[in-house]
Write a protein that binds this ligand. Structure first.
Ligand code: C5P
Length: 238
């Protein structure tokens, strides 16, 4: 597969066209950003770790019947995947309260939620990714019908139903995560972007240690060591 011109550069990835109009290549960068780009850094090896973790998790989800954009991992920093029209809704799934949920609603940090919460944020950096309800999504024409919002919620719960017990088996609490979806060339809604410690929170079940991007957000250090731990546990190498 030939890597052609740069289509888009995001905060953590560069997207390239290929010689197949239905396929694109993501290059996972070592850059880190938080607080809507206000805090920036770079950690050597972070991109490759996220590519490898995402690859394993996309394969797991596909094996459990959840359609994703994943095609193959090409090398340490490159993933080949389907080209989609991205839906500009960040779907946030929460099992345990922390982060913006605790900050905004005063729910105790670490409280196990009585049921899995699914929220929608507007994928719009200029506006700071505000919360959306279903009516906002329809007024903004982020989707065509209410059915599609129902489908996003259903798929997000299915992802959680696969990932939460999977991570529990390798000693990690899946606290919360962000998913993105897109429409493929046939109009099917599929899971896109990445699933990595950049967009999930993992807490070690025994020690409570944070094994995700909160290490950067909170200045705890040891980010790539933690990401590598997550990958090694996924690969059964701990
Ligand atoms: O900050 P907040 O508590 O809302 O984040 C919830 C989850 O969504 C976290 O796992 C975080 O990493 C992820 N997230 C993300 N990208 C954003 C906002 C949140 O990956 N723009």
């Amino acid at each position: 597969m030939e890597k052609r011109e740069l289509l888009y550069e995001g905060k953590a990835k560069r997207l390239f066209l290929t010689d197949d109009e239905n396929l694109v290549i993501s290059e996972f960068k070592d850059d880190l950003t938080a607080f809507n780009g206000e805090k920036k850094s770079s950690e050597a090896g972070k991109g490759a770790l996220n590519n490898k973790i995402s690859t394993e998790l996309f394969k797991l989800l596909e094996a459990n019947g959840i359609p994703t954009h994943f095609v193959e991992m090409m090398d340490d920093n490159h993933m080949l995947h389907k080209k989609v029209d991205v839906i500009l809704i960040e779907v946030i799934v929460r099992n345990i309260a922390t982060g913006s949920l605790s900050r905004n609603l005063g729910i105790e940090d670490g409280k196990v939620l009585p049921f899995t919460l699914v929220e929608f944020d507007y994928k719009n950096d200029d506006l700071g990714d505000p919360k959306l309800n279903d009516q906002h999504c329809l007024i903004l024409e982020l989707v065509e019908h209410q059915d599609e919002l129902d489908k996003l919620r259903r798929m997000a719960r299915e992802v959680n139903d696969v990932l939460k017990p999977y991570f529990a088996k390798i000693g990690l609490n899946l606290v919360d995560f962000k998913l993105e979806f897109g429409k493929d060339s046939s109009g099917n809604i599929i899971l896109v972007d990445e699933i990595s410690p950049d967009n999930c929170r993992f807490w070690d079940i025994e020690s409570g240690e944070k094994m995700d991007k909160d290490r950067f957000r909170q200045g705890l250090g040891g980010l790539t060591v933690a990401y590598e731990q997550v990958l090694n546990r996924i690969l059964g190498k701990n």
